[in-house]
Design a protein around this ligand. Structure first.
Ligand code: AMP
Ligand code: ZN
Length: 484
């Protein structure tokens, strides 16, 4: 029987092995001390809805946590909220609302989207505004130790060439960009985000400017606010300690943000900052990074309005391994819908499956190959492949299985579904109240358009109109609305 073959699967790993961007090697993920893995993620900037590119990063971090917990370890997961930076201040000022009201609204939206994507809430979600004293304290230490200086306008900068290891994460030296050509007068950076391939002294404290409005705090260097990079160093220190296990973010954060975090933390604390760096490759659209500035983004709301579900989005974001960029298409959502249906079907055939997380890898039973794929550098695409081939083999056998074997399969399957963060609930009717047959015709029309089958696409447009609905193409895809 196939189940016997599956039982004999020989697995080798008993913990997650993950690529570390600093050493550029796969390393076991184990706590530096104790049995709790301390894990920090750079969180969202709460100045608008997060797009599904942001969520690729958060979904992969969520799978990371689920897989680590499936091996029997505990985690302490900290993910911050960036609620004071150039963008949140600029946007709240433009809308004439207080920074607090503005960021609270977008934080709530972020939580709602996270819940619909089935992200486990972090154990701590600290905000930058709530950690101003901690940031001031770090700056004071850095000045005292000679790693930071106050400029004429009252801003404080980190002195990059005071830290010999500056660039060790992004290997600046290999890129022949050294800190030696940095001079305090010419190479100084005070915007929160910059992408230059150079090492510049970066801002720790930004002196008060008129455009900041009421958003400033008192400090020993005058009124102002902290620079963006500093908040993560301060929150890591407070909530995880001077040294901790894993730090994560999208690949765009590797330089300069994470390089600057290392510099601030190691110079302030005199201890190695992070043991393992976990960077997630970007979600792309037509070869470009999905981002607000390129205006090529999709949000969960937009996709739900088009008749898709958040679980389909999660499935698509999982379908490629985190180490490679993933190109997003609407067709991939359709394929995800079909894949989820097959999983739901299998779940139904198995009968009741238990809830919750595995306590040991043995709990995966015949589904062990799926978790093994995840333990191997979080290879989600291989894990999904293994899951479907197991289902295919098992499907036929279910009626002949004895109770114990069936229960083993139920448990193994349930733990895989947990590790991937899927729910397999019956999808709720679409938010847009578009009838199912109309939503299907709209999706088919979109597919016909992609295939340049204009006759079919026109035919479907007419059929949709006959039902009292109209479909409109947009930059991002299409919308369906009642006929005016
Ligand atoms: P932000 O809200 O801009 O601070 O970004 C939140 C997280 O999303 C960070 O970890 C970014 O690196 C990540 N991110 C931004 N754009 C993308 C993208 N297109 N694909 C994957 N991750 C992204
Ligand atoms: Zn950060």
């Amino acid at each position: 029987m196939a189940s016997d073959i599956l039982k004999n699967h020989n697995s080798q790993m008993n913990c997650l092995h993950l690529y570390d961007s600093q050493t550029r090697k796969n390393k076991p993920v184990t706590p530096i001390e104790g049995d709790t893995l301390r894990f920090y993620c750079c969180g969202p900037t709460v100045y608008g809805p997060a797009h599904i590119g942001n969520f690729r990063t958060f979904v992969m971090q969520d799978v990371f946590r689920r897989v680590v917990e499936s091996t029997g370890l505990k985690t302490r997961h900290v993910r911050n909220l960036t609620d004071v930076d150039d963008k949140t201040i600029r946007q709240s000022q433009a809308e004439g609302v207080s920074l607090g009201d503005f960021t609270t609204g977008w934080t709530e939206k972020f939580h709602k989207d996270s819940e619909s994507l089935n992200l486990l809430p972090p154990h701590v979600e600290p905000s930058a505004v709530d950690h101003i004293p901690e940031q001031i304290e770090m700056i004071a230490t850095l000045i005292e130790k000679g790693h930071a200086y106050r400029s004429d306008d009252g801003s404080v900068y980190f002195k990059v060439d005071s830290f010999e290891d500056y660039g060790k994460l992004s290997r600046l030296k290999e890129r022949e960009i050294t800190t030696n050509n940095v001079t305090q007068e010419t190479e100084r950076e005070d915007s929160d985000e910059y992408e230059r391939e150079s090492a510049a002294d970066f801002v720790l404290w930004k002196s008060r400017k008129e455009e900041d409005g009421p958003n400033f705090w008192e400090s020993p260097w005058g009124q102002g606010r902290p620079g963006w990079h500093l908040e993560c160093s301060a929150m890591c220190k407070k909530h995880l300690g001077d040294s901790f296990d894993v730090h994560s973010g999208g690949e765009d954060l590797l330089f300069p943000h994470h390089e600057n975090e290392i510099a601030q933390s190691e110079c302030c604390n005199g201890a190695a900052f992070v043991n393992h760096w976990f960077h997630i490759s970007h979600l792309m659209v037509d070869g470009a990074k999905m981002s607000k500035s390129l205006n090529n983004l999709y949000t969960i709301d937009q996709l739900e309005e088009m008749g898709h579900t958040a679980e389909e989005v999660r499935y698509v974001l999982l379908s490629g391994s985190y180490g490679q960029q993933l190109n997003f298409t609407l067709d991939s959502l359709k394929a995800a819908g079909k894949a989820l249906e097959r999983l739901r079907d299998f779940k139904e055939k198995l009968g009741a499956i238990p809830d919750g997380v595995a306590t040991s890898l043995d709990d995966f039973g015949p589904f062990r190959p799926v978790i093994d794929a995840l333990l191997n550098d979080l290879n989600t695409s291989d894990a999904l492949g293994k899951l479907f081939s197991l289902i295919k083999q098992y499907q036929k056998e279910i009626p002949d299985l004895d109770n114990d074997t069936l229960n083993e399969a139920r448990r193994g399957f349930a733990y895989c579904i947990f590790a991937l963060g899927l729910k397999l609930d019956i999808p709720k009717t679409s938010k847009s109240n578009v009838p199912e047959n109309v939503a299907q015709m709209a999706a088919d029309r979109w597919e016909a358009k992609q295939n340049k089958d204009w006759a079919k696409s026109d035919e479907l447009r007419d059929a949709i109109a006959a039902e009292g609905w109209q479909v409109k193409d947009t930059k991002e895809g299409y919308t369906v609305a009642p006929l005016a």
